[in-house]
Design a protein around this ligand. Structure first.
Ligand code: SAM
Length: 750
């Protein structure tokens, strides 16, 4: 099935979802009229997930975002049990908990689903949305799984039948057979008696060995909580008990590292050596264990970008064992991160190599020392400079909180149907939503940072930790992602800028860069290397200046541009360019739009070949067209502003002169730069470039190089060099780094 057919199917499905949501709300508070029987559910969930034939909807992952409701913020122990037969349709049962057992084989359509039964042996369906994509359905909802659904949401589905729907991962708690909340009717007949620390450790280790890190964490946690240690445990006679607990802390730290839960990993690793330190007598005999604990703490701190702490941990290892090669290697790695973090000194060539060859998710530090988030007068928060930054220098370098690359397995086709915003997004958005939700679930620090992002006024806001995890509100995350997501270029290695301009479905979120407000001209430009965003200044910035970038390229037609800004970001742009456009009389604007259309058609039909200059008549035609468009930009309104309808045509003219009338190159190249907002003049070997309202573009890089060469040819080498430096700065700002500049532009120099 081709893309368009899939899209049509999905659009149809979305329309159905909307109708359903409307009619479903009429049934609020009712009990279901008809429900599947146990036999029907057994039949529906009779096949093992691995054996299910994929349907269109399991190939195209979808997430339907229904009407928003917040996650449960009450601990499990304080919730009142509820039975399936008490559930009311279209209702979130606040203050209640539904304890169930799955009895079928899970399936995955929009959500992972399974059949469930409760203490009265009543049956129904459970649908879990926004589940951890690293888990297969049979890992998430295996047959016989005991679960607590906190504040269950009972929903009418597309087929009219009800379902217990989970939207927030923290609302679903996997129970252990021995958990007291499980009613007698669901309790397993044979409870395995686990009454020693060593038993929990063995179970944890077995799960760990089977790479079931979630299971291992649960087992170690049981063991750690099994016997609270009093002061007597610090006596040597308690050595066995203490060492077992320390082992479990250390092992749990490693399991947390494997799952990317670095805050928990650091806490576990530190707990293990803090206790060891207090217990001085036995300390000396456990150096290896201590090294392991320090190593894990160091790795966790590294991933939390707390490089100073990470360095301390590895230094501590070297104090114990000066020749420890792993610690020495980690310290080298940390020192590179510290230099990146404090000075913004990166090895961009290596980063690009890594992004191309190994992993687009790069191992580098953030550089945010030059910026600060502050309140603006009229557009919420913004990002401001903390020092002067010269044009071309780094404003910031930032690693994504999460990127869904369209090249990742399973992310090429995914759909979000958002009933709150009435928007259906096709691309990698649903992967991004789930990726972010699961990152926040185990990281209160990231959750606190994420919640600062603009979300259009979603309520309620706030980070609550309940039953050991962050109660992440998936609706709020989606709202924030709507405003703060960035699309990535087709070539996130930053090597091929032509590819970089191709549309792509890869999307990500960057926590600091998200505070940058929009301006069609702006003073900074972004590029990407893997999951790293590199932002450089397009002009000299003073300390305290607000950093501004364009969210999307302005369109020729200001009206449709403003409409799209309003629909995507809920504001109308009032930058100098938009003001100038708005001041242009309508007939003049319409005339310009038609001329720009003509110019684009001209460029499409008259591409320049390197060997042969176009006939003089064609060049004259282009020059006439250019003059007409130029005249349509009012002198007063567009005095020093970019004129975006012109620069491509201007570059075409400039390039034809390279092949023929070389004496005209200089004027033509200056015209291209002028169209981008750079006012270039040369007087007595001195170059002056006014760039109050400049926009950087690859056409400027070409023109800058042609201009430099024109001056070299005239023997004015100083001017040529100055212009070449300016061109290189523009190239670096657009690409993030200088890689391949020589290869691409050395030819022009000859
Ligand atoms: C990615 S956020 C930028 C940071 C945001 N100002 C904040 O307070 O977190 C995008 C939102 O900022 C606001 N914004 C950005 N640029 C703006 C502009 N030029 N004029 C008015 N509002 C703007 C809009 O509300 C937009 O939806």
């Amino acid at each position: 099935m081709d893309d368009e057919a899939v899209l049509n199917q999905l659009t149809g499905l979305y329309e159905k979802q909307k109708q359903l949501a409307k009619s479903a709300s009429d049934r609020k508070g009712q009990r279901p009229r008809q429900k599947a029987t146990r036999a029907e559910l057994c039949d529906q969930f009779s096949t093992h997930a691995a054996a299910q034939v994929p349907s269109l909807y399991s190939m195209v992952r979808q997430t339907a975002i229904g009407y928003a409701y917040p996650p449960c913020s009450i601990p499990l122990a304080n919730l009142e049990p509820i039975a399936i037969n008490e559930l009311e349709l279209e209702t979130v049962h606040r203050g209640r908990v539904l304890v169930v057992r799955t009895f079928g084989y899970p399936s995955r359509i929009q959500a992972v689903q399974n059949a469930i039964e409760d203490r009265e042996l009543s049956v129904d369906r459970l649908a879990v949305y926004n589940f951890d994509m690293q888990l297969r359905p049979e890992q998430l909802l295996p047959k016989g799984q005991l679960l607590a659904v906190k504040e269950p949401y009972y929903k009418v589905t597309a087929d009219g039948a009800p379902v217990v729907r989970v939207d927030h991962p923290s609302d679903l708690v996997v129970l252990r057979p021995e958990d007291a909340i499980i009613p007698m009717q669901l309790r397993p007949k044979l409870l395995e008696l686990v009454d020693s620390l060593s038993h929990w450790k063995a179970k944890g280790n077995a799960a760990f060995k089977a790479k079931d890190y979630r299971g291992a964490i649960e087992m170690y946690s049981k063991g750690i909580d099994y016997q609270q240690m009093g002061p007597e445990c610090h006596q040597p006679k308690e050595e066995g008990t203490l060492m077992l607990r320390l082992d479990m802390y250390r092992n749990r730290a490693q399991a947390n590292i494997y799952l990317g839960r670095y805050e928990a990993a650091l806490a576990d690793a530190e707990a293990s050596f803090i206790i060891t330190n207090a217990w001085t007598q036995a300390e000396a005999s456990h150096v290896n264990s201590k090294i392991k604990a320090f190593y894990r703490a160091g790795i966790a701190a590294y991933h939390l970008q707390n490089y100073t702490k990470a360095e301390e941990k590895f230094e501590a290892i070297l104090e114990m064992v000066p020749s420890d090669a792993d610690a020495q290697r980690e310290i080298q790695r940390i020192r590179r991160r510290l230099v990146e973090q404090s000075l913004g000194a990166y090895d961009f060539a290596e980063m690009i190599d890594n992004a191309m060859m190994t992993n687009k998710r790069l191992d580098v530090a953030d550089f945010t020392a030059n910026v600060i988030v502050q309140k603006t007068a009229d557009r919420g928060h913004g990002l401001f400079t903390t020092k002067t930054i010269k044009a071309g220098e780094l404003v910031l370098v930032e690693k994504a909180l999460f990127v869904a690359f369209n090249t990742d397995e399973g992310t090429d086709q995914s759909v979000i149907m958002n009933l709150n915003t009435d928007v259906m997004s096709v691309g990698t958005h649903s992967t991004r939503l789930i990726g972010v939700v699961h990152k926040l679930l185990h990281s209160p620090k990231l959750a606190e940072e994420f919640i600062r992002l603009y979300d259009g006024g979603y309520k309620p806001r706030g980070v609550k930790i309940v039953d050991g995890v962050v109660a992440v509100d998936t609706f709020q995350v989606e709202a924030a992602l709507d405003y703060n997501g960035f699309g990535l270029p087709a070539d996130p290695t930053a090597v091929d800028r032509d590819m970089a301009d191709q549309p792509t479905s890869s999307t990500g979120v960057w926590l600091t860069s998200s505070f940058i407000n929009h301006d069609c001209i702006g003073n900074a430009a972004r590029s990407f290397i893997g999951d790293i965003m590199v932002i450089r200044a397009t002009k000299d910035l003073n300390k305290g200046d607000e950093i501004l970038m364009r969210y999307k390229n302005s369109e020729d037609d200001i009206e449709s541009f403003q409409k799209s800004m309003l629909s995507a970001w809920k504001f109308k742009c009032s930058c100098a360019l938009c003001v100038a456009e708005a001041k242009t009389p309508e007939p003049q604007r319409q005339r310009r739009l038609q001329l720009i259309k003509d110019a684009r058609t001209f460029l499409e039909t008259n591409q320049i070949t390197e060997q042969q200059p176009p006939p003089l008549g064609l060049i004259a035609k282009a020059e006439q067209l250019r003059a007409k468009i130029e005249a349509s930009y009012g002198q007063a309104q567009f005095k020093d502003l970019p004129r975006q309808g012109l620069h491509d045509l201007s570059l075409w003219i400039c390039m034809t002169h390279i092949l023929g009338a070389q004496h005209k190159v200089q004027t033509a190249a200056v015209a291209v730069l002028r169209d981008l907002g750079f006012m270039v003049s040369v007087k007595k070997n001195k170059v002056s470039i006014e760039r109050t309202h400049c926009r950087m573009d690859m056409s400027g890089v070409h023109a800058g190089m042609y201009l430099a060469v024109a001056y070299y040819r005239k023997g004015q080498n100083e001017v040529g060099e100055e212009l070449e430096r300016f061109t290189m700065e523009m190239y670096k700002t657009i690409h993030g780094c200088m890689l391949r500049f020589e290869e691409k532009f050395g030819v022009i120099k000859g």
